[in-house]
Design a protein around this ligand. Structure first.
Ligand code: P1T
Length: 404
């Protein structure tokens, strides 16, 4: 676990302490570049070096420079963890081997008999982790719609410990009111964890709205180039950070230094990428909405989106993920459309600079039983787009060609 304002004041030169203090005052678009990314103290390298080492020399047992084994601490990972904390406006950041590994650490805060209330429309792999792994260890999950925060209160029991929010949701783009959910969690002494993968901290910072823990699949917008699998947790709560760091080290699902380096490099351009991602997605959402062969488009930027007002109040823009259903399409017809796309790559994942298309029913959400996924709107004809930062006219030409 790495604290944002350094906990290593004893071992770092004054100039770096000065720089770290400066970072705290910087705005988001500067923090992406400088947060946690001071020049390396050894040789002044501007980019944090890839400390490709598993262990560190000791002069006497315990006599080391703050690093003894890379599962526990690694300087490249430490730089990334500081960056995570800075961009989410948190005090502590932790990096994991994947988004699911980060989620796994959160659920390991619980014990058999505890209950979790989770968004009913969420990434298929999250559903699989909760139901196929943790339910077998006696932790219970209720998957519920979260549009109405008051309705969520009716699911709270004496055993509930955690509310799990994913917003915007994958793949239906529902938006959940984080501040209202935080107030509910607080009133019932529950933890609130928010999966901020679809928004990224450029669009929303859940800790500022009262969440206890923010989680990311940094594989997506944070790394941003479809070349890394990595996860993040950020919190302001020291006790939680200590417990999560203990789990990080004891369970050992940590990322390697090269992946940390790539993620740090990706974060430096997060703000410029997100701006273009959002612009392109807005144009594509409106293009699809007026298309005679498109029945429904799910994107929170539309005024008639059921959670548009919440999105407007808690997000800085509406994101670059959208889903749509072609007119009269079934499973096969949707697959035919995604196969005909040429510039959009048919692939799992999202958040990279290149546009991707997916068919949730057979890909990202195939691990959710059909009757359950259809209840949240993930029908066989649904197509999901991760809008990249190419020229939007080329993206629209590609959709025009595929939809016909
Ligand atoms: O793939 P990984 O880094 O382990 O992250 C899992 C994860 C968690 N939360 C959300 C909202 C996600 O979208 C994901 C991963 N999602 C995909 C791979 C996908 O195509 O939707």
């Amino acid at each position: 676990m790495t604290k944002c304002i350094s906990n290593t004041a004893k071992s770092i030169p004054l100039i770096l302490i000065y720089q770290i203090v400066l970072e705290k005052k910087l705005r988001f678009n500067s923090l992406t570049i400088h947060g946690g990314q001071a020049p390396d103290p050894a040789y002044g390298a501007v980019m944090p070096p890839i400390y490709q080492t598993s262990t560190y020399a000791q002069t006497t047992p315990g006599g080391h420079k703050g690093f003894e084994y890379s599962r526990t601490h690694n300087p490249t990972r430490q730089a990334l963890e500081k960056s995570f904390a800075h961009i989410e406006n948190g005090a502590y950041g932790l990096a994991f081997a994947s988004g699911l590994a980060a989620m796994d650490a959160i659920i390991k805060l619980l014990k058999p008999g505890d209950e979790v209330i989770a968004t009913h429309d969420l990434y298929g792999g999250s559903y699989r982790l909760f139901t196929k792994i943790f339910e077998t260890y006696g932790i219970q999950f209720q998957f519920v719609p979260m549009d109405e925060v008051k309705a969520v209160a009716t699911y709270i029991t004496s055993k509930t410990r955690l509310i799990w929010v994913e917003t915007p949701t994958n793949p239906m783009m529902n938006v959940i009111d984080i501040a209202a959910m935080a107030a509910l969690a607080k009133a019932h002494k529950l933890l609130l964890a928010v999966d901020n993968t679809f928004a990224s901290p450029y669009l929303q910072q859940p800790l500022d709205m009262g969440a206890d823990i923010v989680m990311h699949s940094a594989t997506k917008y944070l790394a941003g180039h479809s070349d890394v699998v990595l996860g993040a947790l950020i919190t302001n709560n020291e006790e939680l950070a200590d417990r999560l760091a203990f789990i990080q080290n004891a369970s050992g699902a940590v990322p390697g230094p090269f992946d940390c380096f790539l993620t740090l490099r990706g974060i430096k351009t997060l703000h410029v990428r997100m701006e273009r991602h959002c612009q392109n997605a807005a144009l594509i959402a409106h293009y699809l909405a007026q298309h005679p062969k498109v029945e429904k488009v799910y994107w929170p930027g539309f005024e008639n989106h059921p959670n548009h007002n919440v999105a407007k109040s808690q997000m800085n823009d509406f994101g670059a993920m959208l889903s749509f259903v072609p007119v009269g399409a079934d499973y096969q017809a949707a697959i035919k459309i995604v196969e005909q796309l040429q510039l959009f790559t048919l692939a799992e994942s999202l958040g990279g600079v290149e546009s991707l298309a997916g068919h949730p029913a057979s890909m990202t959400h195939a691990s959710i039983p059909k009757e359950i996924r259809e209840k949240s709107g993930v029908v066989d004809a649904l197509i999901r787009l991760s809008v990249g930062i190419e020229d939007v006219k080329d993206l629209i030409d590609d959709l025009e060609h595929a939809i016909g």
